[in-house]
Design a protein around this ligand. Structure first.
Ligand SMILES: Cc1ncc(C[n+]2csc(CCOP(=O)(O)OP(=O)(O)O)c2C)c(N)n1
Ligand code: SF4
Length: 248
């Protein structure tokens, strides 16, 4: 019998703390599946963020390090300087990366640090109860924007992939989504390409993954996927923004 689906050795057999329908789990699985398939689990060091994925090191079967809020790129930079042979990645939410850690991610990309960042954009602060994030959409109701995000007081939602793509040190930048099987397959391809870029040490790699937060969006898992598709993708267009051309 042909196996069509298998457990990946990249994930530890732990029950996660994620809410039902949260797509953090899909993002974890994709990254760890790629590392498993490439035989890189034993050579990888991940840096976990503050946020709902703070316990990513409990779930991912690679060496991992925890970082203070937003500081994962600085830690990954330090690890890269002393661990030249390793595959290194950061895994960060939008509050972590696009708010408190904006300086760290911009400077790491600018320097062309040779690691990969997986940026989970769920347009809200998940762990702390649903406050507005820099990525929350105009009109989006959050606990700190009860009437909906207002452009005049909060600015427009920040498009991190576009911002990072302006920096010369960033060589691979792609935005993907995990809202449907087809998009999940494309997301996996982006993860594969980003890791290949790092294996070749071409420069900084950034994969933005549009994700859901059913709990703080106040929607069930299926409606959350629809909300992502109808509201996030039009503002955060999917696709490759930067590609070094040396990977397939
Ligand atoms: C310096 C600092 N400021 C604020 C916090 C509180 N805090 C913890 S998680 C979090 C939000 C995380 O949101 P995000 O990065 O979007 O991840 P998600 O939980 O949505 O996956 C905040 C504000 C903190 N831990 N440290
Ligand atoms: S609060 Fe949101 S981001 Fe956090 S685990 Fe629950 S659904 Fe996921």
């Amino acid at each position: 019998m042909t196996a069509v689906f298998q457990y990946t050795k990249g994930m530890l057999p732990e029950e996660t703390t994620y809410c039902p329908g949260c797509t953090h789990g899909i993002a974890h699985r994709l990254i760890m599946e790629v590392l498993d398939e490439k035989g890189l689990l034993g050579q990888t060091i991940g840096v976990a963020p503050i946020g709902c994925s703070i316990l990513a090191h409990h779930y991912m079967n690679v060496d991992m390090c925890e970082s203070a809020h937003g500081r994962a790129p600085a830690i990954a930079t330090g690890i890269r300087r002393v661990q030249k042979d390793k595959i290194i990645f950061t895994y960060q939410g939008d509050g972590d990366l696009a708010s408190i850690g904006t300086g760290e991610i911009v400077q790491a990309a600018h320097r062309g640090e040779k690691f990969t960042t997986f940026f989970i954009n769920n347009a809200i602060y998940g762990m702390t109860g649903g406050q507005m994030a820099p990525t929350s959409l105009i009109g989006q109701r959050t606990t700190t924007s009860a009437e909906g995000r207002d452009k005049d007081s909060a600015g427009m939602p920040i498009r991190m992939a576009e911002l990072i793509a302006t920096l010369d040190g960033a060589v691979f930048v792609e935005r993907v989504s995990v809202d449907s099987p087809a998009n999940i397959r494309k997301a996996k391809k982006a993860v594969q390409n980003a890791i290949e870029v790092q294996e070749k040490r071409l420069g900084f790699g950034f994969v933005e993954i549009l994700s859901t937060c059913p709990t703080n969006w106040g929607l069930n898992p299926v409606k959350s996927l629809e909300w992502l598709r109808e509201n996030m993708i039009p503002y955060y267009p999917l696709g490759t923004l930067k590609h070094p051309g040396e990977v397939k």
